[in-house]
Design a binder for this molecule. Structure first.
Ligand SMILES: Cc1ncc(COP(=O)(O)O)c(C=O)c1O
Length: 383
C-alpha cells in the first residue's frame, strides 16, 4: 500500500530551484540562479570556528543559543537600530532564518488565520503558512517600482488576518522600502492589531548610501514584531545556518516552544564563530558593502546593451530583469538560457500567486566572483 503524505503539505509544490540546479549541472552552466556566494566568507571567521572546535565547544548549546552570541546580537541591534532586546528572554538562536520563520509561524498562527504576503515573496513564507494551517493572502508589489500599495494592502485585510510578513531589504526585487512604505505597513498592523514577521536577513546589503531601518524600531511595533535575521548573508557563510528571532517575552516563549522540539539547539562552534563575527561587525561592514555594490554595478553595466532590462536593486544580492515580449515566459526563457546558453537564472513566477507579472522577468544573483559575473554577462548578451 502506498502511504500518502499529510494533507497539510498537499498544496506545496515542488520547487523550481531543484529543476534549475539540476539543469545547471547537466549543462555546465554559469550559475546566476543560486542565492548564495560562490566565494568563501572571511578566513578570520573560519579560524574562529576552528578555534571553537579545538577548545571543546562541541556539545549541545543552550536551547535558546549561546550567551555570547545572544549578547552580540543584542549589542548590534542596539548599535544599529537603537533596539533594546533582552538577550536572555527576547533573543532565540535558530537554524538559520529559515527555522526562525518556521518556528514563528507555527508558534503564532492558528488554523484559519490569514497571513499577508507581499508578492513576489521568498518561497518559505507560503509553505510555512500552509504547514501552520493558515491561509496566505497575497498583495502584489507591481513592477518596475515594486512599491507597497496602501489601498491593496488594506483591501486584503479581513477579520481573520493575524499577521503580515514583511521582508526588507526584499528578495527578489532588491527593494529597500522607504520610511513612508514602512509606515503604511505599521499603521495597518496597529489599526487591525496584527503581528508582523519581519525578515531582515539582507539588513547590511544596502547600496548607494542607503541604510536599513529595523521594523521593530517603528512607533508601536516593538511589541508586535518578530524580527528575524541571520549571519548567512552578512558574512557570506550561508551553509552555517546561524539565524535568530527577536521578539517580546511572550512571543519569544511561544517561538521557543516550537524551536525546542523542532531543532532544540543550534551548531555550537558556529555560534561561537558568528558571535566573533558580530563583535567585529563595525570594522567588517564598510568593505563588505563596497564589494557587493561593485558586483551589483558590474552586472548593471554588463546588461546595458542587452535586451534584458535590469531594475536597479537598492539592496540584497538579487536583480530583477524585464524580458521583452517576444521571448516567451520566464520559465521558457530560463530553460532556454540554461540549455542553449549555459547560464542559469531563476524564473520569478514561482514567487507569485496572484499576479502573472513574474512571467515577464528573471531573477539574477550577483553574489558571485568577478569571473562568474563576467561569464554570465557574456552569455546574457541578446540584442
Ligand atoms: C528573504 C530570505 N529570508 C530567509 C532566507 C533564509 O536564510 P537562512 O539561510 O539564514 O536560513 C533567505 C535565503 O535566501 C532569504 O532570501
Amino acid at each position: 500500500m502506498i502511504h500518502k503524505p499529510a494533507r497539510r503539505i498537499e498544496a506545496i509544490e515542488p520547487s523550481i530551484f531543484a529543476t534549475m540546479s539540476r539543469l545547471a549541472i547537466e549543462h555546465a552552466a554559469v550559475n546566476l540562479g543560486q542565492g548564495f556566494p560562490d566565494f568563501d566568507g572571511p578566513s578570520w571567521i573560519v579560524e574562529a570556528f576552528a578555534g571553537a572546535l579545538r577548545s571543546e565547544k562541541n556539545q549541545y548549546a543552550p536551547m535558546h543559543g549561546t550567551a555570547r552570541l545572544r549578547k552580540a546580537v543584542a549589542a548590534y541591534q542596539q548599535k544599529f537600530y537603537g533596539l533594546e532586546w533582552n538577550a536572555e528572554t527576547e533573543i532565540t538562536v535558530t537554524a538559520g532564518a529559515t527555522e526562525a520563520l518556521f518556528s514563528s509561524m507555527l508558534a503564532l498562527l492558528d488554523e484559519g488565520d490569514e497571513v499577508i504576503l507581499f508578492e513576489p515573496f521568498y518561497d518559505s513564507y507560503y509553505a510555512n503558512a500552509l504547514i501552520a494551517g493558515a491561509t496566505p493572502v497575497c498583495v502584489t508589489l507591481h513592477a518596475p517600482s515594486f512599491r507597497i500599495d496602501e489601498a491593496a494592502l488594506n483591501a486584503a485585510i479581513t477579520g481573520r488576518t493575524r499577521m503580515i510578513v514583511f521582508n526588507n531589504p526584499h528578495n527578489p526585487t532588491g527593494r529597500v522600502f522607504s520610511q513612508d512604505e514602512m509606515n503604511v505597513v505599521a499603521a495597518c498592523a496597529r489599526r487591525h492589531n496584527l503581528l508582523v514577521l519581519s525578515d531582515e536577513v539582507y539588513e547590511f546589503l544596502t547600496f548607494d548610501g542607503k541604510h536599513h531601518t529595523s521594523f521593530a524600531s517603528l512607533p508601536g511595533m516593538r511589541t508586535r514584531t518578530v524580527s528575524i535575521s541571520s549571519t548567512g548573508k552578512t558574512f557570506g557563510m550561508t551553509g552555517w545556518k546561524i539565524g535568530f528571532a527577536m521578539a517580546t517575552g511572550n512571543l519569544t516563549n511561544a517561538i521557543r516552544t516550537v524551536h525546542q522540539f523542532a531543532t532544540f539547539a543550534v551548531n555550537t562552534p558556529a555560534q561561537h564563530a558568528m558571535a566573533h563575527g558580530l563583535e567585529k561587525l563595525h570594522d567588517y561592514l564598510p568593505d563588505f558593502r563596497i564589494l557587493y555594490q561593485q558586483k551589483r554595478d558590474m552586472l548593471l553595466r554588463g546588461l546595458e546593451d542587452s535586451i534584458l532590462k535590469p531594475i536597479t536593486p537598492e539592496g540584497t544580492y538579487f536583480m530583477m530583469v524585464q524580458l521583452p515580449s517576444d521571448v516567451g515566459d520566464d520559465v521558457q526563457c530560463a530553460t532556454r538560457l540554461v540549455t542553449e546558453r549555459q547560464v542559469a537564472v531563476i524564473p520569478p513566477s514561482v514567487f507569485y500567486r496572484r499576479s502573472t507579472e513574474g512571467q515577464r522577468m528573471l531573477r539574477l544573483c550577483f553574489a558571485k566572483k568577478e569571473e562568474t559575473l563576467l561569464a554570465g554577462i557574456a552569455r546574457l548578451q541578446f540584442h
